[in-house]
Ligand binder design. Structure first.
Ligand SMILES: NC(=O)c1ccc[n+]([C@@H]2O[C@H](COP(=O)([O-])OP(=O)(O)OC[C@H]3O[C@@H](n4cnc5c(N)ncnc54)[C@H](O)[C@@H]3O)[C@@H](O)[C@H]2O)c1
Length: 355
């Protein structure tokens, strides 16, 4: 039996999903799609031989569905996701970030638990081939004690990107470089090294006219003792430069670069002459018209929805909370001008406020 999926939100992110569903048409049937914009719903419906709706509740009432793919603006994930889980009791595949406040994200996690529904947040970079292997080596202890995890992305988003939809760059529905693009990198930090003890950040809006930041620089102390840094920016000009993870441990180091943490640039481990050979075949994501790892991630998520088989990289339920707390901590620090010690009560962080 094919898994029956319905899409809510037929925008840019969902365009990638659409191609993946087309490629997986033997395993998945997209039965219906919805968007407030009837033209978008119609175009998706035609491409997927699905039924178009403008009212997602009407769609969920009418259609037999196993999984809802939620790709609406981030600030709406909680409002729509809550209806999907609570009123219609459907499994939920949600684009990152799960929500914009911890309270909202916890509401979704708790509802899924309460109704025994599956909830997966899409953090596709976890499925990048070099990330999978470096994480494996890390868990085997081959790097020894980790001292530094540094992530940075220098990407380019100009005013026309922010002007392409009214929610982009707003505190209520999106956030800036850290919450929007950088949630992949915050997630990578906590995915690799776990919980955070404290953080400190500075941010600013430099090259575009938006509410939120286009540059944030932060330092982090992890509970395991390691230090971390994050440079999150969409200010690279004239174009995207790179996105990189640097891991330094007492016995070895790794640098994963490329445009999206998808290419192994450096790997050395004490006592192993050719450490790179440990991850032969996993050093670079092959060029993929479906987006680097979205395909692998969605395929794994769909398998989990269908048979309950989970691969380690899936962000299931509360797995999405740790990095959200880090994002909120960094914003809170930038607003307060001081270091934030976890757990904390956000007071000045504007992310997700006023929806
Ligand atoms: N994983 C990734 O790398 C990645 C990349 C891009 C975007 N995203 C995430 O995907 C989400 C959507 O981003 P986007 O760039 O596709 O935005 P978008 O503006 O292109 O698309 C959002 C769509 O949702 C529709 N929508 C809004 N409210 C709705 C409702 N109640 N019912 C039905 N449709 C509704 C809008 O009309 C719009 O077409 C965001 O959370 C974003 O963070 C993830």
């Amino acid at each position: 039996m094919k898994l029956k999926v319905a899409i809510i939100g037929c925008g840019k992110a969902a365009e990638r999903h659409l191609k993946i569903y087309q490629a997986l048409r033997d395993e998945v049937e997209v039965v219906a799609v919805s968007d407030l914009d009837p033209q978008k719903a119609k175009a998706f419906a035609e491409a997927l031989s699905a039924k178009p709706y403008t009212d997602f509740q009407e769609m969920l009432k009418m259609e037999p569905i196993d999984v809802v793919d939620l790709s609406v603006p981030s600030g709406l994930h909680k409002k729509v996701g809550e209806v999907v889980l609570k009123k219609f009791r459907k499994n939920l595949l949600v684009e990152k970030p799960l929500a914009l406040t911890l309270k909202d994200a916890e509401t979704l996690v708790n509802l899924a638990e309460k109704f025994r529904l599956k909830l997966v947040t899409i953090f596709q970079n976890r499925a990048n081939l070099p990330i999978i292997k470096v994480k494996e080596l890390l868990e085997k202890g081959l790097f020894g004690k980790i001292v530094l995890l540094s992530v940075k992305f220098y990407w380019s988003r100009r005013q026309n990107y922010y002007d392409s939809a009214s929610w982009r760059g707003t505190w209520a529905y999106d956030g800036g470089a850290l919450a929007q693009q950088g949630c992949h990198f915050a997630d990578m930090m906590t995915y690799l090294l776990g919980e955070v003890e404290s953080c400190f950040a500075k941010m600013g809006t430099y090259l575009v006219n938006i509410e939120a930041e286009d540059l944030l620089v932060g330092t982090i102390k992890f509970k395991n003792g390691a230090l971390g840094t994050i440079e999150a920016t969409t200010c690279a000009r004239p174009k995207d430069i790179k996105a990189e993870v640097v891991l330094l441990g007492e016995k070895g180091s790794a640098i994963i670069g490329g445009f999206a943490m998808n290419k192994l640039d450096y790997l050395a481990i004490e006592g192993i002459e050719d450490a790179k050979s440990l991850i032969e075949g996993f050093t670079e994501n092959p060029a993929n018209p479906l987006g680097y790892s979205h395909f692998a991630y969605l395929k794994a998520a769909l398998e989990y929805f269908k048979n309950g088989n989970r691969v380690p990289f899936l962000a299931i339920g509360e797995d999405a909370l740790t990095s959200l707390e880090l994002i909120i901590g960094l914003y809170e620090s930038a607003e307060r001008g001081r270091e934030i010690y976890f757990p904390f009560k956000p007071k000045l962080c504007k992310l997700g406020k006023g929806v």
